[in-house]
Design a protein around this ligand. Structure first.
Ligand code: FCB
Length: 443
């Protein structure tokens, strides 16, 4: 399917589900895949809550045909997945691994054969270890290598995919990977984290330029995690803290992507920890994009003092994240007000629940409620004039939830890891009916 406009092919609202390579594929050492920073990180004792890794995960690499059938049976209109950079370019530079690219080509073709639109993400956190050994995202060169990798994927798959997102959640990569150290590569240094943040955004801009050179019509974008940041109390220090955290979480990326500058208040706060930015780099970051992906799970509460943690009577998911659907409407209205944005996709939204498999069923009412409420929140924003084009549930399958290992289940499809048996939960059955009814309404 060729895309013959600069916008995603359909203007109608798309219903989908999302996954990422390291979280589902497994086959970590197979068919020429190189090691990634997550392979390394998982081997550090204590790094992953259950001591596990993505070595096998959902074994999707070997089960992609039946997983594609599952996607079709659920009636999904779009499927968001990521490409493992070390599978297609094992050392992150130079030699291409044809078997890796073949896998993703089969996946894309399999989706198209089933009438499902492929939404590709190029970087969902699995940096080739060889690049980490040369400084990772702390090194400017990684941004250049990323643009090369983007172009090689674009040349092979660009004529058939509905969209290509460069990064998934750069803020998480910088903050959790390089400041708090709970994600790969497990580093803890704020100055480095901010330099990484800049190089991720630079890599995005260079990748967009490289992909445009491959095919000017490719629908390109980036996926950010975003949330309204609320002060935990009316205390002036909490209000100021909320403004700062909003600057780091939301304005840092969007001011750079949309206006080519970093927010002055955040730069001032960072002082010597502000990243080194070379002339012209922010012009690359500002390269126009065709869509913005937003991942939303909860609001963020900001407190300048741990003794003021904010409201206590909160409904939370199994991650301990507050259920706060109205925050998604608030966020979308705010982004629409403050920036001239391209069309938006909600590229992730979902809940971890303590699911029980009983007699071949998982009655995950809480997840259904969560998804239903968040869809309603998106629709309120659409009614108010925000151009949102699709909603992707996180996640299609239970999978490797990073530092939590396999203890947290986000899937609408249950995975029994020892047997790799997939069982659609009640939420999957509900979502299938919901999508069918929306299709009918459209017809
Ligand atoms: C997001 C990630 C995704 C998943 C969900 C729960 O931050 O993009 O891979 O872990 O959180």
């Amino acid at each position: 399917m060729a895309c013959d406009s600069t916008l995603p092919p359909a203007r109608r609202f798309l219903w989908g589900a999302a996954t990422s390579a390291y979280q589902i594929e497994g086959a970590a050492g197979e068919d020429g895949r190189g090691p990634s920073i997550w392979d390394t990180f998982c081997r550090i004792p204590g790094a992953i809550a259950d001591g596990s890794s993505g070595d096998i995960a959902c074994d999707h690499y070997h089960r992609s045909e039946s997983d594609l059938d599952l996607i079709a049976e659920l009636g999904l209109e779009a499927y968001r997945f990521s490409i493992a950079w070390p599978r297609v370019q094992p050392a992150g530079a130079g030699a291409i691994n044809p078997r890796g690219l073949d896998f993703y080509e089969r996946l894309v073709d399999g989706l198209l054969q089933r009438g499902v639109q492929p939404f590709v993400t190029l970087y969902h956190w699995d940096l080739p270890q060889a690049l980490q050994d040369r400084g990772g995202w702390g090194a400017r060169d990684t941004a250049l290598r990323f643009a090369d990798y983007a172009a090689l994927v674009g040349r092979r798959l660009g004529d058939r995919v509905a969209s290509i997102a460069t990064h998934n959640e750069p803020w998480i990569v910088a903050e959790l990977g390089h400041r708090t150290g709970v994600h790969a590569p497990g580093l803890r240094e704020r100055r480095l984290a901010m330099q990484v943040m800049h190089h991720l955004l630079l890599g995005h801009g260079l990748a967009v330029q490289a992909l445009r050179a491959v095919d000017a019509r490719l629908p390109l974008g980036i996926v950010l995690n975003a949330a309204p940041v609320h002060p935990a109390s009316g205390h002036a220090a909490d209000v100021a803290q909320a403004r700062l955290e909003d600057g780091l979480l939301v304005r840092w990326s969007l001011d750079a992507l949309m206006h080519g500058r970093y927010p002055a208040d955040v730069l001032e706060h960072l002082g010597d920890d502000a990243p080194a930015v070379r002339g012209g780099e922010l012009d690359s970051v500002r390269e126009p994009i065709d869509f913005l992906g937003i991942n939303y799970y909860s609001r963020q509460l900001a407190s300048a003092d741990a003794r003021r943690p904010g409201p206590t009577s909160r409904v939370v998911t199994d991650m301990g994240w507050e259920v706060f659907p109205q925050g998604l409407t608030e966020l979308l209205l705010r982004l629409h007000r403050d920036y001239r944005l391209p069309p938006i996709y909600i590229t992730e939204c979902g809940a971890a629940c303590r699911d029980q498999l009983d007699d071949g069923r998982v009655h995950d009412e809480a997840r259904i409620d969560f998804i239903r409420q968040h869809i309603a929140a998106v629709e309120r924003a659409v009614d108010a004039g925000v151009d949102v084009r699709g909603f992707f549930v996180w996640s299609l399958l239970d999978n490797f939830e990073w530092a939590n290992g396999y203890r947290k289940r986000f899937g609408i499809v249950h995975v029994d890891y020892p047997t790799q048996r997939r069982v659609p939960k009640d939420s999957a059955l509900w979502y299938r009916e919901f999508i069918a009814s929306r299709k009918q309404r459209r017809a």
